[in-house]
Design a protein around this ligand. Structure first.
Ligand code: C2E
Ligand code: CA
Ligand code: CA
Ligand code: CA
Length: 276
């Protein structure tokens, strides 16, 4: 004879246990998704205002769930970062790009932007990962650009700078992503091995709004001219924004006005028809 309370607690333990077992951790979900080929890459063209032709494209990760829905990149990527999975995920992305790049036909000097996190730079495989990727796509004569956020640069002083300097000497370009939203000190910008600043799209959006961010945008542009860094204006959606950036000597833009992120095959068609 068992009292009701005991039966109830046993039942509760059994139910909770199986529920816990059925829950798949985020790292396991990501590993499983890699195995099941649920990740893919989109490429968003970058436009050179000065030459009037395509300058390159940024690789953006995509995850299609088994139910057909697309996971939001900002969400699954920050989850991967928090759970220590961004390095394996980025390695997978580099493999995917290298595989599909076999069929590419692109002009030499085409920029390929890769989003790289601070954790990856600090990882012992970092240099090897980038070198290996660069070797795999070497026949295309791409300009590989690592897009780093301000946060990832500040993380770990001299070691990070040395690694980036090493790659930069081998022809890899460095760009600061979402510039203006982080905490990069100005002196840092001067000493750091850098090629481009990508102005966060919040500042680009401010061009047509009445808030106080437009003077900040002007200051960033002036600063980058002083430091001899090229600027990429992100999230350009209107011709007003384009003209504003053009008038102030911004060289590159990226945004829905010019092109949306697209699959590898679509990028090739796009380059042939609109990109030159
Ligand atoms: P991000 O690096 O700043 O990438 C630009 C984001 O802005 C992309 O969002 C792109 O689709 C979006 N975008 C481009 N033009 C416009 C526009 O005109 N208007 C608007 N509203 N949005 C525009 P996406 O693909 O959703 O990626 C979001 C973020 O996720 C990225 O921001 C990046 O931080 C991260 N991410 C994406 N792929 C990767 C990856 O392979 N590795 C890492 N570490 N992060 C990634
Ligand atoms: Ca980026
Ligand atoms: Ca950005
Ligand atoms: Ca962003």
């Amino acid at each position: 004879f068992m009292p009701m309370a005991v039966i109830f607690s046993l039942l509760l333990i059994m139910v909770t246990n199986s529920w816990l077992k059925r829950r798949v951790s985020i790292p396991d979900q990501l590993r499983r998704a890699i195995k099941r080929h649920e990740f893919s890459v989109n490429y968003q063209p970058v436009y050179n205002i000065t030459t009037g032709i395509v300058a390159g494209a940024e690789a953006l990760m995509r995850w299609q769930l088994p139910n057909g829905q697309w996971a939001r990149p900002d969400l699954f990527i920050s989850a991967a970062e928090e759970e220590g999975m961004i390095v394996p995920l980025t390695k997978h992305l580099l493999e995917l790009i290298a595989e599909e790049s076999i069929s590419w036909q692109i002009p030499p000097g085409f920029h390929l932007g890769l989003n790289i996190t601070g954790e990856h730079i600090q990882h012992p495989d970092f240099i090897t990962d980038i070198r290996q990727f660069a070797a795999q796509v070497a026949h295309h004569h791409l300009l590989i650009t690592l897009e780093l956020t301000e946060r990832s640069l500040i993380s770990d002083g001299p070691e990070v700078i040395e690694k980036l300097q090493l790659l930069r000497n081998e022809g890899i370009r460095i760009s600061i992503d979402d510039f203006g939203t982080g905490h990069c000190s100005l002196s840092y910008l001067q000493t750091f091995p850098l090629d481009y600043l990508k102005i966060d799209r919040g500042f680009v959006a401010a061009i047509e709004s009445t808030d106080d961010d437009a003077p900040v945008l002007d200051a960033i542009i002036a600063l980058s001219h002083k430091l001899k860094l090229s600027i990429v204006g992100e999230g350009v959606e209107t011709s007003v924004q384009l003209d504003y950036l053009k008038d102030r000597g911004v060289t590159f833009i990226q945004g829905y006005l010019y092109a949306r992120p697209m699959a590898s095959s679509a990028l090739m068609t796009w380059i042939q028809h609109e990109g030159q």
